[in-house]
Design a binder for this molecule. Structure first.
Ligand code: URA
Length: 192
């Protein structure tokens, strides 16, 4: 465990704990306000993220930013965004359990340093890893689970919403629920 961001980022950026390091262009550590109370966790970088070194910068990321803006959240201001795995799985396949296992300590370390009050998991892979392994994302997105004083919620993955635009209203509904929870437990988020 590193107790400062400088060391954490430096070490994570040269990680070779799994084979994903062989095909990556960039390690995608995370982006946002390191003092945020709200943390978003995705599954892993795609092509654009791998090229730019930042999470959620492709089409899915643009949709995410739009929904965030609608509830006064902003990756440059009041949230932090990271992924379960920091390097792109080839052909955008799901990260393998062993890759997740090798990578998860980086996320644990990030979470420890940020100490978020709310964690939002984007998509099934992140929700299964962080909230509960048997989560049914279609039924259980938008529901808060509390563990050790941290409120956790799964949302539909932006890529899934892009694939099926009929999911937009229910996806957006979850952002409204998130805003409510922020106003309840960490309203200072809106002063950052
Ligand atoms: N999908 C994810 O889960 N994370 C990213 O950073 C980009 C796309």
């Amino acid at each position: 465990m590193f107790n400062n961001w400088e060391d954490l980022i430096a070490e994570c950026s040269k990680c070779q704990k799994c084979d994903l390091c062989k095909t990556r262009n960039n390690v995608v550590v995370g982006v946002g306000n390191k003092n945020a109370d709200v943390m978003f966790i995705g599954e892993g970088p795609g092509e654009n993220e791998d090229l730019q070194g930042e999470p959620f910068v492709g089409r899915g990321g643009q949709l995410l930013d739009k929904m965030l803006t609608a509830v006064d959240l902003d990756r440059k201001k009041n949230i932090y965004i990271a992924n379960i795995v920091k390097c792109r799985p080839p052909q955008n396949r799901d990260p393998k359990p062993e890759e997740q296992e090798m990578c998860i300590d980086w996320l644990r370390n990030q979470t420890k340093l940020i100490s978020p009050k709310i964690i939002v998991c984007l998509g099934r892979i992140a929700a299964a890893r962080i909230i509960k392994s048997d989560i049914k994302i279609t039924k259980e997105h938008g529901i808060f689970f509390e563990r050790n004083g941290i409120f956790m919620m799964a949302m539909l993955h932006p890529a899934a919403v892009l694939r099926d635009p009929r999911k937009r209203p229910e996806a957006f509904d979850d952002f409204l629920k998130l805003r409510e929870k922020i106003n309840e437990i960490c309203p200072d988020t809106y002063k950052m």
